[in-house]
Ligand binder design. Sequence first.
Ligand SMILES: Nc1ncnc2c1ncn2[C@@H]1O[C@H](COP(=O)(O)OP(=O)(O)OP(=O)(O)O)[C@@H](O)[C@H]1O
Length: 350
Amino acid sequence: MTPPRLSLRGVTRRFDSVAALDGVTLDVAPGEFLALLGGSGSGKSTLLRVVAGFERPDSGTVMLDGADLLGVPPHRRPVNMMFQSYALFPHMTVAANIAYGLKREGRPRAEIASRVAEAVSMLRLEGLESRRPHALSGGQRQRVALARALVKRPRLLLLDEPLGALDANLRERTGFELRAIQRESGAAFVMVTHDQAEALALADRVAVMDRGRLVQVAPPREVYDRPATRFVAEFLGAANVITGTRTADGALESPGAACTLRPAAPLPLGVEAVALRPERVRIGPAIGENTAAGRVEDAAFRGESTLLLVRLAGGATLRVLHAEEDGAPPPPGAELRVSWDAASVVPLRA
Ligand SMILES: Nc1ncnc2c1ncn2[C@@H]1O[C@H](COP(=O)(O)OP(=O)(O)OP(=O)(O)O)[C@@H](O)[C@H]1O
């Protein structure tokens, strides 16, 4: 195991009665891209600010490559932060904006010139060096901000909603670029986002936050397929969360679904909810034990699929994804039977 680049242990930060961070323990590996995902007020920005040094925790430790960070003032930390607003200097050219931090460090002129040129080329900003920020597009401004952060070769880059100001098309393209740049720079990235698709698409691991705590830290596929808690399942969107009572043999009896959901392995004691992804639900005659009867209430065409809202006999609504390749979806009003594999029934902690 390589030692972690960033290591937080029991980090707590309170504001009056609110614990913005409540005992956060987290390791980030060198060269890792970690996304911090959570709703508004969950503590994401506070976590970045503690690592950057703008905020002091009430308790806990923060280490970078094994050395304590908390005693180091923000400008001395080998950590850089890129804010959502980008905070470019409006009166300075692109080149001067990028060079600013190196000048402040008192680097020799020749070194500054070569490092700025390197950053300009990495971020594909050639030809824009003498422009001022107001004469750039949103995506270009974002790349200048990134160049300015990376030119100092931080061991860790903190990014607060780096794609937040871009429109949907540009967001996707810039997201791919961001990941390529992260790999090329070798820096560890910790990116705050409240966009689950972005976190899943870009990060090596996703850390899901809720009320100051990390509820699950895992690779994207794992948080998506095996959400640990009800909060993660609901926050990552789209999963059906079905509640009920655990039976003696470890299945879930759900009055709302009017059926018993039987997982591949018995549900742990105390589990009273399971997740079932819409794309795992099949329409048609029952296969095995997991099946329920329902009626299509509504349908939304999504291009590659149609999302059906199916009202089950017990009153619960199940979201079911019907793939285009399976032909025409059943219309609203259709009575049908749905079924799913035991492996798709995911136990959720409270
Ligand atoms: N300086 C402060 N004074 C008082 N309360 C604060 C302060 N900074 C943050 N908080 C509170 O701490 C909690 C966490 O805030 P934080 O900004 O870290 O959340 P966030 O996850 O980044 O939210 P958002 O996505 O809305 O930016 C919130 O309840 C917030 O109101």
